[in-house]
Design a protein around this ligand. Sequence first.
Ligand SMILES: NC(=O)C1=CN([C@@H]2O[C@H](COP(=O)(O)OP(=O)(O)OC[C@H]3O[C@@H](n4cnc5c(N)ncnc54)[C@H](O)[C@@H]3O)[C@@H](O)[C@H]2O)C=CC1
Ligand SMILES: CC(=O)[C@](C)(O)C(=O)O
Ligand SMILES: [Mg+2]
Ligand SMILES: [Mg+2]
Length: 348
Amino acid sequence: MAKINFGGTVEDVVTREEFPMEKAREVLKSETIAIIGYGVQGPGQALNLRDNGFNVIIGQRKNSKTWDKAVADGWVPGQTLFEIEEAAEKGTIIQFLLSDAGQITLWPTIQKYLSPGKALYFSHGFGITFNEQTGIIPPKDVDVILVAPKGSGTSLRRLFLAGKGLNSSFAIYQDATGRAKDRVVALGIGVGSGYLFETDFKKEVYSDLTGERGTLMGAIQGIFAAQYEILRKNGHSPSEAFNETVEELTQSLMPLVAENGMDWMYANCSTTAQRGALDWWKKFKEATLPVFDELYNSVKDGKESQRSIDSNSQSDYRVKLEAELKELRESEMWQAGAAVRQLRPENK
Ligand SMILES: NC(=O)C1=CN([C@@H]2O[C@H](COP(=O)(O)OP(=O)(O)OC[C@H]3O[C@@H](n4cnc5c(N)ncnc54)[C@H](O)[C@@H]3O)[C@@H](O)[C@H]2O)C=CC1
Ligand SMILES: CC(=O)[C@](C)(O)C(=O)O
Ligand SMILES: [Mg+2]
Ligand SMILES: [Mg+2]
């Protein structure tokens, strides 16, 4: 573990220097990693593990789109691709990467294959933390571990192929074998994580549900829509409104923040912009702090998890989600965005 000072708080983190890939391969050399679920995280983690030389198999429903996707990705039926139950039986580490709602449905099936000494692996603390809602209560004689990439499985794979990595949190809920720490850190390195920081199942899911409803996905769409609406209401064209709300942020300013922090991005803007941003950011913080407080309490009270389970357990959950995504896509702001993207020099 490396001791890193994060703004005054020293944390123990795992970097690839402390836990190189060779060590991860040694730790997991006798393991069969069965990945159940091939949606977004499944492919990202499975392909990275395979490329890193680990023994990986996939468990999927036959005659499904994800079975075909797995075959297209080079998984071989009967060798590295099996039906869910056969993969769970063969796996010594079962990576439970169905959707959080899907895990509830499949838990009675997976549970049958959790023989003593196996490991049950999640990429979200949802199923375990809200087990009064999910019913996911593992037997005591298996390891229960978590590696949660802090980003999309699509990005996990793309960054791996680019020689980079997404950071991940890791947690141990049960250490039945005495090897849970080694297993979970080895898996975190194997799936292509940048650095690993420790958490617990409850903190992972509370922070993750907050983040995705907040700055990462929900709040950002909300402030985009609000600013775009004000600009358009005051006569600014869609081009001007979209560029000033989204395109400049994604193409110019956020990459500067990612490179060297917010102050550096500010310093690379005009002094006019710096004065304004420094005057206004606290007003936006004051306006949104109550909303974030309400959001976190809704997560903590189990309201968000129940909402997710109720919605995503319905047979037509994907149809309903797609209809709302279509509404977003067809909004004027994102239609303007589609036109702007097409006009990028690299897309001409
Ligand atoms: N999407 C992402 O990039 C991230 C996901 N996670 C976590 O990783 C896990 C997997 O997430 P995703 O890959 O997004 O899942 P997903 O929503 O893409 O679903 C994965 C697979 O589960 C299947 N599935 C859904 N409901 C099912 C059911 N009732 N019965 C059988 N199969 C069912 C889907 O067909 C899909 O193939 C979740 O715990 C999620 O919270 C964590 C970090 C990021
Ligand atoms: C990509 C990710 O980290 C999320 C937003 O938490 C998720 O997909 O659940
Ligand atoms: Mg997340
Ligand atoms: Mg999430």
